[in-house]
Design a protein around this ligand. Structure first.
Ligand SMILES: Nc1ncnc2c1ncn2[C@@H]1O[C@H](COP(=O)(O)OP(=O)(O)OP(=O)(O)O)[C@@H](O)[C@H]1O
Length: 302
């Protein structure tokens, strides 16, 4: 049975429909990603799941609870990250954990949690003195204090350096391994690819695809990309005239050709006919980035 069910969710801000019929179901034990560009409606969607916003339409259940009707019960099963502004600068890590533990009927052992999160030696440190990565880890600890069945984590590696980001990823996997189902909002492809069992790709308030990362890539896999350096200037029309070629782009001294079918053979044959020698020829694999572009028509970071 799904632990989170979202069906035909609609949320408007005035005239603007931020979420327009979003639906997905998260199975117990999954890391389920919500991926999409800025303004796609990801945060609004998860805030409705957390009961922080009132939907204008649709149906949500978390562990069988209605986030609007069963708000206090929901707090006991769903862990949400606090915003930075929710924590006072001068509050010490240990004090914050003690305070927030008191809100739960059956809190986790926060000393155990904080050791797992690598903040065991920071109990006396004020919130404002923590690094970005340490603040993120504390906010994850606070989300897990109530021993939740579901944790909602929103853009939690934004602003972290690559090493801190990888540490947080390891941590999320460890949390999943403890049996917590995770709803993860992200706009990082690498994060989605590494962590998520399944993903809903959201664009302009709608789910445009829902699949495993590999499944999303497979949808566009027939699209290929080759990259090479031609020995002489080349009229792109020579390549775009080929039925196998979809696009030709220049990247410095290289050309990047995307297309379908036997692209490599078609391109190398036409180059040979034009007495052009190619260097540094590479055929590249489809990535989740390519899948995103194919699904939404634009790169995620635009
Ligand atoms: N409180 C609000 N009042 C009015 N409009 C809002 C409000 N919150 C969000 N919006 C708008 O709704 C749309 C969706 O916002 P939302 O924050 O859900 O997107 P997002 O996918 O999480 O984006 P980001 O990655 O930038 O956080 C955006 O156009 C945003 O400007």
């Amino acid at each position: 049975m799904a632990i989170i069910e979202v069906d035909n969710l609609v949320k408007r801000y005035g005239e603007h429909t931020a979420v327009n019929g979003v639906g997905f179901a998260v199975e117990q034990g999954e890391i389920f990603g919500i991926l999409g560009p800025n303004g796609a409606g990801k945060t609004t969607t998860v805030e409705c799941v957390e009961g922080l916003r009132t939907p204008d339409g649709g149906h949500i259940r978390v562990c069988g609870l209605d986030p609007q009707r069963d708000e206090s019960e929901l707090r006991q099963v769903l862990g949400a990250q606090l915003q930075e502004s929710d924590l006072q600068d001068k509050l010490q890590v240990g004090e914050a954990l003690e305070l927030y533990s008191s809100f739960y009927r059956d809190p986790a052992d926060w000393r155990d949690l904080i050791r797992m999160l690598g903040l065991g030696d920071k109990l006396g440190t004020q919130f404002r003195q923590l690094s970005g990565g340490q603040k993120q880890r504390l906010s994850i600890a606070l989300a897990l204090l109530g021993n939740p069945k579901v944790a909602v984590l929103d853009e939690l590696t934004t602003g972290l350096d690559p090493q801190a980001r990888r540490d947080v990823w390891d941590l999320i996997e460890a949390i999943r391994d403890r049996g917590v189902t995770i709803l993860l909002v992200t706009h990082f492809m690498a994060e989605a690819e590494r962590l998520c069992d399944r993903l809903a790709v959201i664009d302009s308030g709608r789910v445009v695809a829902l699949d495993t990362p590999a499944g999303l890539v497979a949808r566009v896999e027939e699209r290929q990309r080759i990259r090479f350096r031609p020995s002489a200037p080349l009229d792109h029309a020579v390549l775009t005239a080929l039925p196998e070629v979809d696009s030709v782009e220049r990247a410095g001294s290289q050309l990047v050709v995307t297309g379908t079918g036997n692209l490599l053979l078609a391109v190398t044959a036409v180059l040979a006919r034009n007495q052009i020698v190619v260097a540094d020829l590479r055929a590249e694999q489809t990535t989740l980035d390519d899948a995103f572009v194919a699904l939404t028509g634009r790169p995620i970071d635009v």
